[in-house]
Ligand binder design. Structure first.
Ligand code: SOE
Length: 380
């Protein structure tokens, strides 16, 4: 197959800049697509750091102004890896310039921003996707297959947690590189947009739309020094958030996220209970899917732990040999692989901006409900 080049221009080079760059570099070694990504340019405000990142990851050039990057004729895809407060401006400008867009999650700080982004990519008819990477962990993709095949039967319960413990110290400042997730102006919200958004994206993908929610939030440390101003400022993010949900299919949802669960670094888990079977998954053991099938013979009935490494399981035929597992970074490789396959068919990749907007709308409803103390319908 003659390969076509797909020139990537990435904005931002933090943690997500590394995960995406790694994915672009690896994908063509493992997946055969008509298009091969080329790391054309990396953009950041600090020239020396941007140059250092370019050298380390193999970018051909650098820019220090994202507007210049977007103007470049040799860039096909803009990958947005910046803090949430710049997603909208960059995405709208990139769409107007006719670029394809890959945007780090969450789509935006809130649905009002997200709606403008959806209008921009759909108006300009540019291919788009949002990096909700956990869908593409093979065990999670396999859960989707099992549900779509109807093996669980009617679904009654969806339960998800995303627990961390890295912001417990009151001495941790808010704002600036690395800590912008604690600054409401940059992030939009705390754990709701950062962590629950992952749980909501997976939940909608696996179990369909969420109808209404009731939530509660807490900010345990009320003031933190701001890295950029040097002043002690009010903390505007939610440190913890729990919510109940009703799905359109009649099932009940229970979601919890916090950065104050001492002992948990990034424990994303979900469990789904259906009429015939149940599924459990745990990010700390991400290559396993726990499966219980009531239809098994009585005396052998019990939870099975399926090691998702076989070639007939999602994505695995592209990796090693059965029994040898892959990890977190590969979920990003899979997103690029799917994106490249869809570019050949001129299709956007799920979750598209429109699909990711649904997640942001659920987040908005959860936060509104936590404020009002009442159930909120999720906006359509
Ligand atoms: C926060 O610590 C964080 O890095 C999130 O921003 C990511 O989306 C999540 O995958 C891991 O945790």
């Amino acid at each position: 197959m003659t390969k076509k080049k797909l020139n990537v221009g990435m904005v931002g080079y933090g943690f997500m800049g590394r995960t995406h760059s790694n994915a672009f570099r690896k994908v063509s070694n493992f997946f055969d697509n008509e298009h091969v990504p080329v790391l054309k340019a990396i953009c950041g405000r600090n020239e020396a750091n941007t140059r250092g990142f370019a050298d380390k990851w193999g970018y051909e050039s650098i820019e220090t102004d994202w507007k210049k990057l977007i103007e470049r004729k040799d860039i096909d895809v803009i990958d947005i890896c910046t803090p949430n407060d710049s997603h909208m401006e960059i995405a709208i400008a990139a769409a107007q310039a006719g670029k394809m867009i890959m945007c780090e999650k969450p789509l935006a700080r809130d649905a009002a921003e997200g709606e403008k982004m959806v209008a921009a990519v759909e108006g300009a008819k540019v291919l788009n996707t949002v990096w909700y990477n956990y869908r593409r962990i093979p065990a999670v993709s396999m859960a989707k297959q099992l549900i779509d095949e109807g093996r669980l039967g009617k679904i009654f319960h969806y339960r998800a947690n995303f627990l961390q413990d890295w912001t417990i110290s009151a001495d941790l400042p808010q704002g600036g590189a690395g800590l912008w997730r604690l600054d409401a102006a940059a992030a939009g919200s705390g754990v709701t947009g950062d962590l629950l958004a992952h749980c909501i994206d997976t939940a909608i993908w696996l179990n369909g739309s969420i109808k209404n929610v009731t939530g509660m939030t807490e900010t345990f440390v009320k003031e933190r020094k701001h890295t950029l101003t040097g002043k002690v400022e009010k903390v505007g993010i939610d440190d913890a958030c729990s919510f109940l949900a009703r799905f359109q299919n009649g099932s009940l949802g229970l979601f919890e996220s916090t950065r104050y669960a001492r002992g948990h670094k990034a424990l994303y888990t979900f469990e789904i209970n259906g009429e015939n079977a149940s599924i459990k998954w745990d990010l700390h053991d991400l290559h396993r899917l726990e499966w219980y099938d009531y239809r098994d013979e009585g005396k052998l009935r019990g939870w099975k732990s399926i090691h998702i490494t076989d070639s007939d399981q999602p994505y695995m035929k592209n990796w090693w040999v059965p029994g040898l597992q892959i990890g977190y970074e590969h979920s990003f490789v899979h997103q690029v692989a799917d994106f490249l396959a869809n570019v050949a068919g001129n299709k956007s990749t799920s979750p598209t901006f429109r699909e990711a907007l649904e997640t942001t709308r659920v987040c908005d409803s959860v936060l509104a409900s936590a404020k009002s103390g009442s159930w909120m319908d999720v906006a359509k």
